[in-house]
Design a protein around this ligand. Sequence first.
Ligand code: DNO
Length: 382
Amino acid sequence: MRETWRWFGPLDAISLAEIAQTGSQGIVSALHEIPYGEVWPQDTIAQRRALIEDEGFTWDVVESLPIHERIKKGEDDLSTLFANYRQSMANLAAEGVKTICYNFMPVLDWTRTDLAAPVANGGTCLRFSAPKMAAFEIHMLGREAAREEYDAAAVAAAGAWFQASDAAARDTLLASIMSGLPGAFDRYDIPALKEMLATYDGIGRDELRANYKRFLQEVIPTAQELGMKFCVHPDDPPRDILGLPRIVSDADDIGWIMNAYDAPENGLTLCSGSLGANPKNNVPKIAQTYGDRIHFAHLRNVRKEPDGSFEEAEHLTGDTDMVALIDELLEAQARTGIVIPFRPDHGHDLLGDKDVEKQPGYPLIGRLRGLAELRGVIAALS
Ligand code: DNO
């Protein structure tokens, strides 16, 4: 397996020189500054690539080449957006960057309610509290239907949290929920989020799947011509939120996607943290079933709670058997002969991490600790 590290580009608080000290060989990056739906120019890609290669790395994976909301909503005339997407693919391929990670989550990317929940030995982690998310949906957005969508204990706790909260606590919750949106994407306030959600009225699971299939039909043939690999990132959390359907959450969903365009270029980003937060998922089993279509792996762990909450655990603790999972990924590699790039996904904020202004979930020391542990497992199993 090839060690990679996510670098958000020149604005990342963590420099490539620092990343070099982690021992990673590859970089995962994206042109976050370009608004969704626009073409990524080849010269801008070339500049990013030069920065990466000048420090001795290779640019292994694009994460993400984002999909415009209009595509997810399946609007009538999407020809310009699809053409732009294919042009960005061609420009990336011309620069030798051929693996594309993307997601198909409507409106929000990964969602957490707490960005700095304390962990036992002093660091902090990212946390999804079902009561707080329910409080946000029911009491801050006024989405009464959410009462039926959360565990009864979580709904009761949501009311109590909301009653006890002040404006600052509610603002912090909104900011935490919005912080999964990377780069150039606008953050929403409550009215703007309501407006955005309303544009999804009438789009259920079947409609979203149809729109996703249409996207695959538009881009996978181009990926085949260009020798590129696509790998969808699972939903995080892997459940419906905000009344929006989510269709990349479990093994059945993955099976549907792989069949929707049955070609090796239509693959999966095996994100153990996202998939591991759904109690239905056996992550090593998913890796075993779809191993030949896994083009990229995000390795981290979560600890689930009965009310639907979860928090990010250390890489080797938590609910997913990381050793069994890595064993499956190594098996897949042995079968296909193709090396799978992976990155230590989020880490805890440890030691000096708290003093650095960085992307939530992406501290230097916490991820370095995760990488070192994963590296040990890989070495032992190899
Ligand atoms: C979170 C990440 C996601 C991921 C996108 C891929 O830290 O794993 O934001 O990059 O969902 O499109």
